[in-house]
Write a protein that binds this ligand. Structure first.
Ligand code: GLP
Length: 244
């Protein structure tokens, strides 16, 4: 779907999330959402906050799992995805804190594997993700599944690509301060979601969007794996779609 501008795309995605939450509410069920960080989804979160404040959308039945977190990362650090999610969404809605899950950047290294297995199990025990939203990095990563990620990969500790660290340098005040690792849901974890929405705005994403949508299926561009799913929708603005 190509939208006239990012705001229109973000409002459309927020509406889809709201209607999922409401239909689950009507049946007395939980909505299990996979959430993303980065600049791309911010307007979606802003619209969800507006729907909460102005239209009474409740998040009491919502359970969230975030895609990823830098490793190591303290939750109160300016670049932490915990902080990002609190500031951009969770602090402004009525979600139960116990229902929020974000990979833990403070774990000692020998506890990470167990944490990741448990992250997968928690999602599975809830019946899987109803909806996963995604941005895309210039390496073609989804979450932090960098080139070389396997299609059936699960939640795990990964090494960040050099280009990803270059792109993150601004947030960290220089590339040297960007962590070399992250904990991310796997491609396989994302794939199990019943619905996947990948958003991309701006010309900066046009080349990687072309590769992801029209390029040869390849582990070198993990987002190409999405071509294998029937449950994926790309929501783009015109500049991001301009090379398709
Ligand atoms: C980071 C995140 C990804 C995100 C990507 C793009 O690498 N881990 O989940 O999709 O950045 O970020 P932005 O939306 O800021 O372009």
């Amino acid at each position: 779907t190509v939208c006239p501008n990012p705001a229109a795309g973000a409002v459309a995605v927020a509406k889809r999330i709201a209607s999922l939450i409401k239909s689950k509410q009507a049946n007395g069920e939980k909505a299990v959402l996979g959430l993303a960080t980065g600049v791309t989804p911010i307007a979606v979160y802003t619209e969800l906050i507006r729907l909460h404040k102005d239209e009474g959308l409740s998040f009491k039945n919502v359970i969230t799992f975030n895609l990823d977190e830098y490793y190591p990362m303290r939750p109160d650090a300016p670049q932490s995805y915990v902080r990002f999610m609190n500031e951009n969404l969770f602090d402004h809605i009525d979600i139960d804190r116990a229902n929020i899950h974000i990979p833990d950047g403070t774990l000692p290294e020998d506890k990470i594997a167990g944490f990741c297995i448990n992250y997968e199990k928690q999602i599975e025990d809830l019946g899987g993700l109803d909806l996963q939203i995604l941005g895309i990095g210039r390496t073609g990563h989804i979450g932090f599944n960098e080139p070389g990620s396997a299609p059936n990969s699960g939640t795990r500790l990964v090494t960040l690509d050099d280009l990803t660290r270059t792109d993150a340098a601004r947030d960290f005040g220089g590339k040297g301060a960007v962590p070399t690792k992250a904990i991310t849901m796997g491609v396989g974890t994302i794939f199990k979601a019943r619905e996947i929405i990948l958003m991309a705005w701006s010309k900066k994403k046009a080349t990687i969007i072309k590769k992801a949508v029209e390029g040869e299926l390849s582990g070198e561009v993990p987002a190409t794996y999405l071509q294998l799913s029937d449950n994926v929708e790309f929501i783009l603005d015109e500049p991001a779609a301009s090379e398709l």
